[in-house]
Design a protein around this ligand. Structure first.
Ligand SMILES: [Zn+2]
Length: 280
């Protein structure tokens, strides 16, 4: 057997791209010469910010346009170390997908964006194995992420609120990111309301310099927006049943324990629920 003959189309394409085509060759397929497409990013999704009705600083976006996660992005989000650097991982994954610099967003807009992307790209449900705080047994649970309550910032909210040497606003993503990296006393979280400073450390230093009156202003400011944002709580209800000896039994006494669980925007949250298999 000799070498297999090249298909006619391949031979023709070869001659079409060679510098000196054989004038006798019949050209069957030639790619038309078109100018390079204009480099512009098209976005497939968009969502309105929770801060859209409030009076935000000039240039703050009302809407975020974004593209869906790639498979690689989802792998990164699911398998990245679940530690103090995870918030930065979120920022690094979301930034190239969005038309805004997500590190400059308010934390509440970023969380709403994360939820929006999760629901629209991976679907509205997430599967968890939940350990009951009462009986200690593990139950599989499907969390419907659309149940999370989203509260927009009131239109009366206005920032920055100028004080003497600092101004106040909602915590921003870059500040939260640097805050996560440092192990801090919880009280320092208040410093994230300070708009000046490029990191949590700088904001904490500024905060420490203020007199106690500033803390009161911060509390008032923070109270006005306490309800705004994503509330990722999900009501868990344990349906396990136990016989008199404490063993699981389909006819025994139900555990019936109920508690509100907070779903963290980490690893498992981004794993799409497998549609095959157990659909309980
Ligand atoms: Zn239980």
């Amino acid at each position: 057997m000799g070498e297999p003959r090249k298909p006619a189309a391949v031979a023709a394409r070869r001659s079409a791209v060679s510098k000196r085509p054989d004038p006798g060759a019949r050209i069957q397929q030639v790619a038309p010469i078109v100018p390079e497409p204009e480099v512009h990013k098209a976005f497939q999704l968009h969502t309105t910010c929770l801060t859209a009705s409030a009076q935000m600083p000039d240039g703050y976006p009302k809407k975020i346009r974004c593209n869906p996660f790639t498979v690689g992005d989802i792998k990164t989000l699911v398998y990245a170390p679940q530690d103090e650097m995870y918030y930065e991982t979120l920022v690094n994954v979301f930034n190239p997908l969005c038309d805004v610099d997500v590190s400059q967003l308010t934390v509440i807009d970023f969380e709403a964006l994360i939820l929006f992307m999760r629901v629209n790209v991976c679907g509205p449900t997430s599967a968890y194995n939940i350990t009951c705080s009462k009986c200690g047994k593990v139950s599989p649970a499907i969390v419907n992420l659309r149940q999370f309550k989203l509260t927009s910032l009131p239109s009366t909210y206005s920032e920055p609120k100028k004080l003497e040497t600092i101004s106040l606003g909602l915590p921003r993503v870059y500040a939260r990111m640097t805050y996560e990296r440092i192990n801090n006393v919880d009280m320092d979280r208040w410093a994230l309301h300070i708009m000046e400073g490029n990191s949590a450390e700088e904001k904490i230093k500024l905060f420490d310099k203020q007199d106690p009156g500033v803390f009161e202003d911060m509390m008032k400011f923070s109270k006005a927006v306490a309800d705004a944002g994503v509330d990722p709580t999900w009501p868990f209800h344990c349906r396990k049943k136990f016989d008199a000896d404490g063993h699981e039994s389909s006819t025994g006494e139900p555990c019936d324990f109920q508690e509100d669980l907070v779903v963290p925007f980490r690893g498992q949250f981004f794993l799409p629920e497998h549609t095959s298999g157990d659909t309980k």
